[in-house]
Design a binder for this molecule. Structure first.
Ligand code: SF4
Length: 321
């Protein structure tokens, strides 16, 4: 049974106007997507900015009331939970944000930052908490003396290590990593990715890894889902995405990351135009306004995710298939 099953998730944000604040239209940030992640697996969610990938992560953490559909975590539908039941589930979900400087309180020492989750969830006595905090700082490869320092005294990579320590403090089953390395220098990115990989194995963590960079996603994820304008357009294992993708949008993303695969042709696919607005997405296939393979049917009929292969789990939404 998967640890996380997302079924028909829709997150539409109302756009209000006028003195009475009437709803004028909606931003279709996430529009009817489904996927699942088994215990111990990592799913990478990739796409350009504005495709809805961050909204998916935040909807799973129940940060948006607007989310509908089903998000079944450990057998329970998160969207139906309130109060204590929701609190219990949240203990099992960690979150790592893109910018650790914004997510860490500048007035707190590292010790206070790491102690906070235990205090909020009323876990352990003071001396037990101290033991756990010492273990945590060691796990993320930082010395004990850093516990008395403040976030501004660290580099971006060190701050992200502190954010990771906080995310794993309560030994969650599942962590949502939202662009955790995109604000870091390339040389530091691989250190943080390897730390996440090692912790994932050691703690048998399940990860949702959100990124705009396919090579990064391939490095860390077992499976990859490609999003475009609120929809998943292709999903399969990460090697299959890099070597045998079929959706024109995935191919364009791969062509923009030429080191991703040595087997695919490195011919660059330049997409024309901008990503359309999620307030008024195109009819039919949402990618049709930019697709180099567009056909008449694409403008009218929305393609559904269909199996591409008989042998591996590989789905894509395109009329070419
Ligand atoms: Fe391109 Fe048509 Fe496939 Fe959409 S359905 S990706 S427009 S070929």
């Amino acid at each position: 049974m998967p640890l996380l099953e997302v079924k028909n998730l829709k997150t539409y944000f109302p756009v209000k106007s006028g003195v009475f604040g009437r709803i004028k239209e909606y931003v279709y940030a996430v529009d009817d997507i489904s996927f699942s992640i088994k215990q111990g697996e990592t799913l990478g969610l990739v796409g350009e900015s504005g495709c809805g990938k961050t909204t998916v992560g935040r909807s799973i953490a129940k940060l948006y009331e607007e989310a509908s559909g089903q998000i079944i975590f450990d057998g329970k539908n998160i969207l139906k939970l309130r109060g204590k039941e929701l609190g219990k589930i949240r203990r099992n979900i960690g979150f790592i944000f893109q910018d650790p400087f914004e997510s860490l309180d500048p007035r707190q020492t590292v010790y206070d930052i790491l102690e906070e989750p235990f205090i909020i969830h009323k876990i352990k006595r003071k001396n037990q908490r101290k033991k756990e905090i010492l273990k945590l700082i060691d796990k993320v490869g930082m010395p004990e003396e850093f516990l008395s320092r403040f976030p501004h005294q660290f580099s971006g990579g060190q701050r992200q290590r502190i954010a990771i320590a906080r995310a794993i403090a309560l030994k969650p089953k599942f962590i949502i990593c939202d662009e955790p390395v995109s604000a870091l220098d390339v040389s530091i990115q691989s250190q943080i990715l390897n730390l996440l990989l090692n912790l994932g194995k050691e703690m048998s963590l399940t990860l949702l890894f959100i990124s705009h960079a396919l090579p990064v996603v391939r490095h860390i994820s077992d499976y990859t889902a490609v999003m475009y304008l609120g929809k998943i357009v292709e999903i399969t294992d990460s090697d299959q995405i890099a070597t045998s993708s079929v959706h024109p949008y995935t191919k364009a993303l791969i062509s923009a990351a030429p080191l991703l695969s040595f087997t695919q042709k490195k011919e660059r696919i330049i997409l024309k135009g901008e990503v359309p607005s999620p307030i008024n997405p195109p009819t039919g296939c949402r990618f049709h306004t930019r697709c180099p393979n567009v056909m008449e049917i694409c403008k009218r009929i929305e393609p559904k995710l269909k199996p591409v292969s008989q042998t591996v789990k590989h789905l894509a939404a395109c009329h070419l298939i």
